[in-house]
Write a protein that binds this ligand. Structure first.
Ligand code: HEM
Ligand SMILES: *[C@@H]1O[C@H](CO)[C@@H](O)[C@H](O)[C@H]1NC(C)=O
Ligand SMILES: *[C@@H]1O[C@H](CO)[C@@H](O)[C@H](O)[C@H]1NC(C)=O
Ligand SMILES: *[C@@H]1O[C@H](CO)[C@@H](O)[C@H](O)[C@H]1NC(C)=O
Ligand SMILES: [Mg+2]
Length: 298
């Protein structure tokens, strides 16, 4: 398969040997117009469709912002779909999507299927999820309501906020630690989990400063894997970026009752750093993303 990467000219041949014009792709990204029919066209997955442990990707697939069958997730496809549906920034999608590619049986093929993401402990899936059981109990990807109810119990008056969101993470940590003899929890898992909370808060309308948004919008994302468009939600105006998430990871940790594993310190850059270490450094990330990582400043 042809893979020519010429970052200097920003013209690359992807795995499918198509020419990808990176500046044109990146310059075109943003949320879809409010009247885009995909916001209200929700379809449950059919028997031949695949889904993942990620409520965000499952939701976007259910609305057709990314392939409804859950397969063939390339970075250009994800960049467009995640921006149109949730205004995820290109830096986020390239960094997390690059890690996602490592879960594919053919990481250099440039695409993964949503169910590849079930793979436990590497690259992304971890114990003590908010809404899924640990892999030790067999199924790490199907929504699991009892844990989710434990999380929701922390929110008062139908509103989220940073402190109860952080307390909910800590509750899930304690529970998994108590019941799962293979419980795995290091710095990497810690950062991912705070990052995932930052993602649901920011994508469901929480401001970067306080993470306050409507619990019914968050419930729609997790429980129905549906964008809460009919409840009044709209994609936020500002893209959700690695800096906006990294800052919220830092703020969540600041109000968290948990200590950081391995005695490490958390900085606003920790979120980005953990992913870059995971994929093997920025040069590898740039290679597996066909030059997109450098183009978005990672
Ligand atoms: C290419 C982009 C993405 C990839 C590869 C990805 C992958 C994953 C994976 C593997 C997990 C499972 C981790 C675990 O809980 O064990 C996960 C969890 C999660 N993802 Fe994504 N994700 C992506 C984008 C998004 C987006 C756009 C959202 C927006 C809402 C999102 C929200 C979440 C949340 C909230 C969780 C935590 C679920 C829980 O704890 O039960 N993700 N993601
Ligand atoms: C996968 O998606 C790419 C574009 O994102 C497309 O060119 C290719 O034909 C697709 N392959 C399959 C097997 O669907
Ligand atoms: C987690 O929260 C639930 C609901 O509030 C509570 O019943 C449970 O005891 C908590 N678990 C731990 C380990 O703190
Ligand atoms: C990245 O790709 C280039 C060009 O193919 C190669 O020379 C280099 O060794 C690769 N770097 C890493 C860290 O894989
Ligand atoms: Mg998990």
């Amino acid at each position: 398969m042809a893979r020519i990467t010429t970052v200097g000219s920003l013209l690359v041949a992807t795995a499918s040997a198509q020419l990808l014009n990176i500046p044109a792709l990146l310059g075109s990204l943003g949320p879809a117009p409010e009247d885009d029919p995909r916001f209200t066209n929700w379809q449950a997955p059919g028997p031949n469709d695949v889904r993942s442990p990620c409520p965000g990707l499952n939701t976007l697939a259910n609305h057709g912002f990314i392939h409804h069958d859950g397969r063939n997730m390339t970075l250009p496809h994800l960049l467009t779909g995640l921006a149109e549906g949730l205004n995820m920034g290109a830096d986020f999608t390239v960094l997390i999507g690059g890690a996602g590619l490592l879960s594919s049986p053919d990481p250099l093929g440039g695409a993964f299927d949503l169910n590849d993401l079930d793979q436990h402990n590497f690259p992304i899936e971890h114990d003590a999820s908010l809404s899924r059981q640990d892999a030790y109990f067999d199924d790490d990807h199907t929504f699991y309501d009892p844990y989710w109810q434990d999380v929701l119990a922390y929110f008062q008056n139908g509103q989220t906020a940073l402190k109860p969101a952080a307390e909910a993470i800590a509750n899930r940590t304690r529970d998994s630690e108590a019941i799962n003899p293979t419980f795995t929890y290091g710095f990497r898992e810690f950062i991912f989990r705070y990052g995932e909370t930052a993602i649901y808060l920011q994508s469901m309308g929480g401001s970067d400063a306080d993470g306050v948004t409507r619990v019914d919008w968050v419930r729609s994302l997790f429980e129905q894997e549906r964008l809460p468009y009919n409840l009044g939600w709209r994609p936020r105006a500002e893209p959700i970026t690695i800096p906006s998430l990294g800052q919220m990871v830092f703020e969540l940790f600041t109000v968290s009752p948990e200590a950081v594993p391995e005695g490490k310190k958390i900085f606003a850059d920790s979120y980005k750093d953990v992913f870059e270490v995971l994929v093997g450094g920025s040069e590898v990330l740039n290679n597996i993303t066909d030059g997109l990582a450098a183009a978005v400043g990672l």
